[in-house]
Design a protein around this ligand. Sequence first.
Ligand code: SF4
Length: 169
Amino acid sequence: MNYSGIKYADMINGIGIRVSLFVSGCNHACKDCFNAETWNPKYGEEFTVKQEDEIIEFFKKYGKTIKGLSILGGDPTYPQNIEPLIKFLKKFKAELPDRDIWIWSGFTWEEIMQDKKKKELISLCDVLIDGRFIRELKDLNLKWRGSSNQRVVDIKKSLACKEVQLLEF
Ligand code: SF4
């Protein structure tokens, strides 16, 4: 898996001060995508154990000031990204069980629930921003998403209820 960047102390992508990881690879081809260079899974650099450990060390160094981890793209649920992210998130949660994890996907919650591996990845996270960016539904006033079809999903509640539950914020 490749990544295009890591933002430390990011305050835009989720609630609180966070670390945001931008992974490469996406096959949704949304019109007016804000990040089209990241569609190519080879864009950026390889995400290795070195970057995993740097992220975890950053959390440990700054303690509870850093609320959680955000995984964006590209698309974190792009096929080649799923296994590496499952591995990383298991390690992250073992070291930092009290931090939340937000993840963005071009697939909808319903599509993700139909796919065993995507579901496994999402189940390791707390909040999902789902669905493709739809130019006609673009709304600059929305938090954390570009178009009004996209939802901010409370993953744990949704898994328990077996239907989408939106995050209260
Ligand atoms: S899912 Fe996101 S990264 Fe992929 S094409 Fe759509 S807007 Fe761009």
